[in-house]
Ligand binder design. Sequence first.
Ligand SMILES: [Zn+2]
Length: 457
Amino acid sequence: MAREKRAFMPADPKRVTVYVCGPTVYDHAHIGNFRAAVVFDLLYRVLRHHYGAEAVIYARNITDIDDKIIKASRETGAPIDAITRKFAAIYREETAALNVLPPTIEPQATGHIGEMIALVEKLIAAGCAYAADGHVLFAIEKFADYGRLSNVDREEMLAGARVEVAPYKENPADFVLWKPSAAAEPGWDSPWGRGRPGWHLECSAMIEKALGKTIDIHGGGQDLRFPHHENEIAQSSCAHQGAPLARYWVHNGFLRMGADKMSKSLGNIVLPRDLLKTWPGEVLRWALLSAHYRQPLEWTDALLEQSKRQLDRFYRLLLEAPRGGAANEKTGPAASALPQSVFVALDDDLNTPEAFAGLHELRDIAMQMEGAAKARAAASLKAAGNLMGLFEADPEDWFKSGSADGPSPEEIEALIAERAAARKAKDFAKADRIRDELAAKGVILEDGPESATWRRG
Ligand SMILES: [Zn+2]
C-alpha cells in the first residue's frame, strides 16, 4: 500500500494476525498457486520465530462456493461438497509435502454465509451498497480510496478491467456482493431472495470473524491486488467506519513459463502432484524460494535439477557430520547458536537468495571441520534450514529419494533382492553384474551383515 519497504510492528506483539487468500477448491492447484502457500508459510515461520508460536494467528481460507465449482459439478456430475472436500484435502496433503505448516485457522466460505449477509446489510445501511434485481452491488463511487492499493487510475481501471456491464448496475465498475441463484444452483435465503455471495465478500467476512476488523498483514499473489484486494478493502473499510483492513500488504510475484505467467487459462501449468512423483517436496520448496518473493520466478527443469543438487550438498554434510551436535535433540541448539546471517537476510523482507547464500557459506565452513565442532556446525545449519522448512528429511532417506532420470526406489529394491538371491545361489557373476548395473545408474551398494543398504551417489 505504501509502495515501500517498512519496518513491521504488530499492533499487539502478543497477537500477530495474518490473512492470506487461499485456494478455490474445484481442481488440482498448479505449482504457480503453490508459490503463495510456500512464501507465506515462510513469513509465518519467521513471525513465529520472533513473537512465539502461540502469538501468531495465521488464517488461510478455503473458497468452497464459486462459479468455477458449480461448473465443475455440472461437468462431472459430482455433488459440490464432494468436489470441494476432495480438492481441499488434496491441497492440504500436497502443501504438507512441501513442508507447509497448516494455518492456525482455515475458514471456509460456506461456513460464513450468515456473517456475509450481515456484512452486506451493514454496507447497505452505510450507503455503500444497493440492492437491484436480486443482486446487491457495492457502489465504488462511495469509497474515495478505491484504487489506492493497486494504484491504477480510475478511468484506466474501468477501461482495462473486464467489468461486466449490466442493466442493474448504477456504475459499470460496481461489483457484486450478492447474486441470485437459479433453482439448480446452490443458494441461501437472504433479504434479497435466494442467492449466493460474490467472491470478494467472503474474505472480508471471514477476516472480521477470525481475526478482527484491522489485521496486521494481508497477503496473496500479486494478481489478487486488483480487483480482489481492492474490493476487500472497500467492503471492510466501509462497514467499519473507515478502519483500515490491513496494516501491511504483502504480495508475491508470478511464476513464469518462458515469457508467460503460469496460468490455467493459458494452459501452461505444471501440477505439484506430477512433480512430486519425481522430486522430493523440499526440492519444489527450495526452487520456489530461490528467487525473492516479489520477483517473477521462471519455472524450468533446470531450476529443479539445480535445486536438488544444492540440497544434496547440505544433506551430504548432515549425513557425514557426527550426530548429537544439538544441545538438546528435541529443541535443537539455543537460539543464540543459530546462524545470524540467515536470520538477518530473512528479516530483510524475506530475502531468500541472501539466506540461501548464508546457508551455503555455513556449509562450506562446516565441511572443513571435524568431530564435535562439525557436529555443532551441522546442527546449527540444520536449525537454520528448519526455520525455512528445509533439511527436514532423514539424510539417509534423502539420498534414496527420486531424481529425474535414476531408477525408482522400487526398481532398486527389486534388483537388490535379485542380487541377494544370486549370491545365495552362489552365482557371483550375476551378483556382480547387478552391482555394476546399479553403479552405472548412480546407486551405491554397501553390504551389511544382514543385507545391503543403498544410496544415490
Ligand atoms: Zn481474499
